[in-house]
Design a protein around this ligand. Structure first.
Ligand code: PBG
Ligand code: ZN
Length: 324
């Protein structure tokens, strides 16, 4: 106790702080989410996410060069669908789809980059929900699982290393693991968006992806932020269904959940530092109300402290600028 013990001596100089401080995760732990569009030579800046763009595959491959050079571990692909949308979201498993076509090109250019794909239907359904609607207008869970399995298979066929189902349907991990194994994709990993909350922080992403539900919201499938036990059961179930990686999403408002999931499981746990978390810091910095570098560093350290093994973040391509 004071005065024999003086805590400030442990942080007196930059060198001492450096010695005792936790370090930022290396770039290999970071995953950059990217928005793919069809065609060529397309780069459309996303207004709600300054610094991020919708890109065609050729542009993405160009933009990936400095990202890969920094040692970023992987990318998470989201496809934007220009074609017909239907109740089922059948465009999502089209072998000619943007994601399916881009994967082999990306793998060819960067064989060591881990390519992950978001497996969902909302960018492909006419109504914008994450699964087909039944005759009463409710998302049909089991029909959604069948569709999601087909989507995951199409991504694995194209060469995805990791498929990441984000629809929050019951049994989706089991359906996907089954179909992958049936087709001998036993090495394809499944990263479950396991505790994904019905959050207000997805707004900028929905602008980017055009995936806003036409009617209603996602509260019937994404988990409630006011019921943390149910959110924890979601991750437990996904582990039992065969997920290789769990995920908590969003990150910064859910550090308690992240810590609990980390403690309850021995699986790797990813965190998704979502679009609203990204836009929030940029908006604050733009108004001169906070230093961007400091806020980015502090927020990523918070995710690390809470136990994230993998960090899915729009800051990933700027790793050297923020974390080196
Ligand atoms: C689609 C999906 C969403 C995000 C990732 N996958 C949006 C949603 O659920 O509405 C959000 C990502 C972000 O905000 O950065 N299922
Ligand atoms: Zn969705």
């Amino acid at each position: 106790m004071f005065p024999e013990v003086r805590l400030r001596r442990l942080r007196r100089t930059p060198e001492l702080r450096k010695m005792f401080d936790l370090t930022f995760p290396p770039p290999a732990k970071f995953i950059w989410p990217v928005f793919l569009v069809g065609g060529t030579n397309r780069k459309e800046p996303i207004a709600s996410m300054p610094g991020q763009s919708r890109m065609s595959a050729d542009v993405l491959i160009r933009e990936l060069e400095p990202v890969v050079a920094q040692g970023i571990g992987g990318i998470l692909l989201f496809g934007q669908h220009d074609g017909e949308k239907d109740n089922q979201g059948s465009g999502a498993y089209d072998p000619q789809g943007v994601v399916q076509q881009a994967i082999p090109l990306i793998k060819k250019a960067y064989p060591k980059l881990i390519v992950m794909t978001d497996v969902c239907l909302c960018a492909y359904t006419s109504h914008g929900h994450c699964g087909p609607l039944d005759m009463h207008g409710n998302v049909d869970n089991d029909a959604a699982c069948e569709m999601l399995a087909k989507v995951a298979l199409s991504h694995a066929n194209a060469g995805a290393d990791v498929v990441a189902p984000s629809a929050m349907m019951d049994g989706q991990i089991l359906s996907i693991r089954d179909i992958l194994d049936e087709h001998n994709f036993t090495d394809t990993l499944v990263m479950a968006y396991s505790s994904k909350f019905a959050s207000n922080l997805y707004g900028p992403f929905r602008d980017a992806e055009n995936s806003q539900p036409g009617q209603g919201d996602r509260k019937g499938y994404q988990t409630s932020y006011a019921n943390y036990r149910l959110a924890l059961r979601e991750s437990e179930f996904d582990e039992e269904e065969g997920a290789d990686i769990l995920m908590v999403k969003p990150g910064l408002f859910y550090l308690d959940i992240l810590q609990k999931v980390r403690e309850a499981s021995d699986l790797p746990v990813a965190v998704y530092n979502v679009s609203g978390e990204y836009a929030m810091l940029i908006a604050t910095a733009e108004r001169g109300w906070g230093d961007l570098h400091g806020m980015v560093q502090e927020s990523i350290m918070a995710l690390t402290r809470a136990g994230a093994d993998l960090i899915i973040s729009y800051w990933a391509p700027r790793y050297n600028e923020f974390f080196k």
